[in-house]
Design a protein around this ligand. Structure first.
Ligand SMILES: [Fe+2]
Length: 223
C-alpha cells in the first residue's frame, strides 16, 4: 500500500521479513554485540523529560554474511538504489518528539554536494511489549486544512512543552505497527514521531524492557 499525499509518499508492506528471519536477525546481532549502546537523553522539548533509544549497529561495513546486508538488498530491489547513512536495531526508551531526520544543515549541504537526494526512511518492527499498540505519526508541515492538528492527538503523542513548536503540524498519516516483520517507509525528510499513549510508562535504564524493538535504515537516493 503506497499513499501519495501532496507529493511525499508513505508505504506499508506486510511481512517484509519472516518470523524465522526475525529470530535469526535478533540472535545474530545479540551475539555480535551483547549490549546495545546509547540510551535515552534529557529533553526539554517534551513533558516526559526524555527521548531516545539504545542502538545495536547493523555492521553493514563488515565482510561476510551480515543479515543487515540481506535486508538492504531486499529494500533496494523494491525501492531502487540508495546510500545508507544511518542504520541500527533500536530499542525505544522514550518516544521521539517530531523531527525530520536531517542531521544538520552542514550534513545536508555535504550530501547535496555529492549529488545525493532525499531517500526513503525504513522501519521494520521486530518486537514490542504485550498490550502496547505502537504507531508512527507522519506530519504535514504546514498543517493541512483537512487534517487533525497535533494538539488534537495529545492523548497518543509526546506532549510538547511549548505550544509554539506543535502548532505547525497536522496528522498526515498514522502508520500502525500491525505485526513484527512488516515494513514502514516514508520519503524523507517528512516530520514524524513515535506514539505515546496516555498512561504508558517507560523504562529508561534497561534496554531489555524497551517498549519496542525495530530495525531503522535511513537512506539517500543517488538519482
Ligand atoms: Fe526519525
Amino acid at each position: 500500500m503506497i499513499g501519495n499525499f501532496m507529493g511525499k509518499r508513505t508505504s506499508y508492506v506486510k511481512q517484509f521479513i519472516s518470523t524465522e528471519e526475525i529470530a535469526s536477525i535478533r540472535g545474530f546481532y545479540e551475539k555480535m554485540d551483547p549490549a546495545p549502546s546509547g540510551g535515552p537523553w534529557k529533553s526539554s522539548t517534551v513533558r516526559l523529560g526524555h527521548e531516545g533509544a539504545w542502538d545495536r549497529s547493523l555492521h553493514l561495513d563488515k565482510p561476510g554474511f551480515i543479515p543487515g546486508k540481506m535486508i538492504v538488498d531486499r529494500l533496494q530491489r523494491q525501492f531502487g538504489d540508495f546510500d545508507v547513512y544511518t542504520s541500527s536495531i533500536r530499542y525505544l526508551a522514550a518516544p521521539f518528539a517530531p523531527h525530520s531526520d536531517v542531521i544538520s544543515a552542514d550534513w545536508l549541504l555535504k550530501k547535496r554536494a555529492t549529488g545525493l537526494l532525499p531517500g526513503w526512511k525504513f522501519l521494520i518492527p521486530l518486537a514490542w511489549i504485550d498490550g502496547y499498540n505502537p504507531k508512527t505519526y507522519i506530519f504535514s508541515n504546514p498543517p493541512e486544512n483537512n487534517e487533525k492538528l497535533y494538539s488534537e492527538y495529545q492523548h497518543d503523542l509526546p506532549y510538547i512543552t511549548n505550544e509554539q513548536d506543535s502548532k505547525n503540524f497536522s496528522i498526515k498519516t498514522i502508520l500502525e505497527w500491525e505485526e513484527p516483520g512488516d515494513l514502514l517507509a516514508w520519503e524523507d525528510f517528512q516530520w514524524h514521531c513515535s506514539s505515546n499513549p496516555d498512561g504508558m510508562e517507560y523504562n529508561l535504564t534497561d534496554w531489555r524492557s524497551a517498549c519496542k524493538e525495530f530495525i531503522s535504515v535511513e537512506t539517500m537516493r543517488k538519482s
